[in-house]
Design a protein around this ligand. Sequence first.
Ligand code: PHE
Length: 448
Amino acid sequence: MAVSERSVFITKTGAIAATVGSAVGLGNIWRFPYEAGIHGGGAFLMCYLLFIFILGLPVLCAEFIMGKGTRSNIFSAYNKLSPGKNWKFLGFLGILASLMILSFYSVVAGWTIEYSIGSICNNLDFSSAETGHNQFNELTTGWRPLVWTIIFLFCNFFILIGGVTKGIERASNILMPLLFLLLLAFCIHSMTMPGFGEGMTYLFAPDFSQITPSVLLGALGQAFFSLSLGLGCMMTYASYFNNKSNLGQTALTTAMLDSLVAILAGVIIFPAVFSFGLTPEAGPTLVFEVLPNIFHQLPAGMLWSTLFFILLFLASLTSTVSMSEISISYFCEVKKLSRFKATLISSAIALIGGILCALSFGAMSDFTIFGKTIFNLFDYVSSNILLPVGGFFCSIFVGWFVSRKFINTQMQGDKKSISGFTPVLVFFLRWICPSAIFLVFLNSLGII
Ligand code: PHE
């Protein structure tokens, strides 16, 4: 697509809704509680929030500036803004990360289809924590997850070949507020649970002695994953913003809503974990084992369950659509393929990765690399390594190599005044973000 033909999100709120749609997804509702659960709760939440606002927010602005200013995919954005070609590797890193994430994400999104259909047909037995656990194992081993992963990727494919503006914008506008309301309702219910106090203490009372290198790295990865940062996703989305979009406001709204949804998910999950006598350290299966127990207790439980899993499925779609856009825009704009071919290639790669990840819970559960199943490896490498590395270079690039005038123009939106925010942003991008990410890496390697 030539620059002039690029589609644009029609309205300002449409752009915000689509960005929030990309950020809010399984990362908040599935990944945040499981990461918080394996990393000690409150200590993790504190580091995560700190990273969202101190590192995530500036890097989000940096990606927005590059995308809106160049109206290009991640490859061309770096090329246009720097004379040399040395930054090209970041484009490949972004594509690699996006395809890895798409692979394991589709498996989890496949579970949401399984649970939606199970709820509609009233087939799920969650009368006790133990039956719930067995049911989860039954549903996620064998051939079923493969089928759901494939179906999910098909849905993703069909939305993607339809283009950017219409579908995503319209769907995000309606679905995200609905999901938010549903989460609020579950939070209120969570207050009535016997384990509410214990759950709240676990989530909100940080035990500083729990802050280990792995907690810091996990929180850093979660912050980047949750904000869809470090792989050029927000850059690509910002390339579809119209000129009047206010980047600072969009970034702040996204970061606040995104962390709020993660906190709400925590407030729903942890009281239930303690009420049902489960342990927070269950890992990726946590939410799928705990939530249905809550639904089971509610009047008209299957109805709530159906509604919740369908919305979660749709929230996953708005996220996978955004991550797929990275490789698609590359194939279309750099390799000059048709949108259909580009989408087909990206989906085919994700399908292979998705099948491997789905099998990690069944036939390939014993196959490990560095002690991790393929699912866990894809999750760990992409979120905890590739995304922070991408964010590190993006912040150095915008902080040191992009002119202040360019940054100012992009940040201004429809306001004519020069934003006083720019010098602070540049300071963070030059110094704070790169050094903090670097220190977390050194720390996790045991060097400091
Ligand atoms: N932020 C999304 C979520 O929280 C996941 C995502 C990661 C989307 C990277 C796009 C790119 O679910």
